[in-house]
Design a protein around this ligand. Sequence first.
Ligand SMILES: Cc1cc2nc3c(=O)[nH]c(=O)nc-3n(C[C@H](O)[C@H](O)[C@H](O)COP(=O)(O)OP(=O)(O)OC[C@H]3O[C@@H](n4cnc5c(N)ncnc54)[C@H](O)[C@@H]3O)c2cc1C
Length: 407
Amino acid sequence: MTSKAATRRFDIVIVGGGMIGSALALGLSRQGWHVALVEGARRDAVLAAREPALTVDDFEPRVSAISLASERLLDELGAWTGVLESRHCSYREMVVWDGDGTGRIQFDAAELHARALGTIVENRDLVRALFRELLASDVALIDGVRVRSWSRAQGVELEDGRRLMARLVIGADGANSRLRQWAGLPTREWDYDQQAVVCTVQTTRSHRHTAWQRFSLTGPLAFLPLLNESSDEHFCSIVWSQDTPEARRLMALGDEAFRQELEQAIEGELGAVTQVSRRFAFPLRQRHAKDYVADGLALVGDAAHTIHPLAGQGANLGYGDVRVLLEELARAMAQGLAPDDELVLARYQRRRKGENLAMMAAMEGFKQLFARDELPLRWLRNAGMRWLDRLGPVKNRIAAEAMGLVD
Ligand SMILES: Cc1cc2nc3c(=O)[nH]c(=O)nc-3n(C[C@H](O)[C@H](O)[C@H](O)COP(=O)(O)OP(=O)(O)OC[C@H]3O[C@@H](n4cnc5c(N)ncnc54)[C@H](O)[C@@H]3O)c2cc1C
């Protein structure tokens, strides 16, 4: 039974304190909204100190390529300093090539007059940096408990029976968002029938602060550069997206056989692969909520959209949602509007949906282009890559868009 005493009232309740929900909570609280953040994980688990990375198994398997635009947002929220104090690796170049052809394209931060193209961050370090800021903020952090239900009339009910009422509830509860389901917001989904095999590797050649991506008919393989505490440049996080039967085969291989296949697949760009960590497989599914908002509710991050990891843009799209929702809610506050004002939420949806859809369509196109073996397509992508590589301004424009430097 829920008593009245167990009900707390807020302007805004955010469900899900992952890398997107935590950032949004910080930003909204700074604007003066009375905010609660509910996260199923316990704060001491999130804040736990990390051991230095001496071997491949000491790194967190899930990492994100954070764009300069996302970095700017995290910096404004005060969390980027915490990221820089953790293990992180900025990358200055990106090399993309067709493993079944001759196409190759190289992006260089120097050509864009930028310090870097982005930064590879272990997901856990990013969330920890955000949690440290949250604890020093006015956000009511309700951790170690999950949300059991939500409705406009009954508010947010926690598994321990507590109840939270708010004008606006924000679902930042990830790809399998319950908030999205409770709000009855349908999605468009398509299964890629691919899985991402993820692990950390050590190589004999330095990664040279470069993100490497090789495309093949069965899917892309990315080597993302990592640095440990001694600035050793021989560790990379790999994301090997493959058709499901092939991914299953790779997961079933012994370490030595997997190491050999990986070394072959990356075509010796980083010398020999000397160590591989434990492997994890993530099923890949593209999902897009048809609407991001309902009466008294908004979705952000993976709760609204999940995208193929081939361009490492999932978290960056989520930070795009955070930036726009912060702008719209700051404007609402300045105009004396409630956070659940229909027009405020509609503007948020309008501004984000187009951009997210465009990125998802581009990823789909890219994936299709590389998944086809017909000669004309193969010629087109190889000639296209070589042509683009020589066209400095166009190439740099594409890189600037991926870095989030173009409005
Ligand atoms: C293999 C792979 C590689 C990727 N690489 C990149 C990359 O290089 N760059 C990039 O930008 N993106 C990348 N992504 C995508 C990126 O990881 C996601 O977009 C990002 O983690 C989404 O963050 P989120 O906060 O929206 O969701 P999540 O990280 O899923 O967080 C949701 C949070 O909500 C909490 N929660 C859920 N339900 C409840 C509940 N009922 N009650 C309380 N709490 C709840 C969970 O505990 C969790 O903390 C990759 C994804 C994959 C699969």
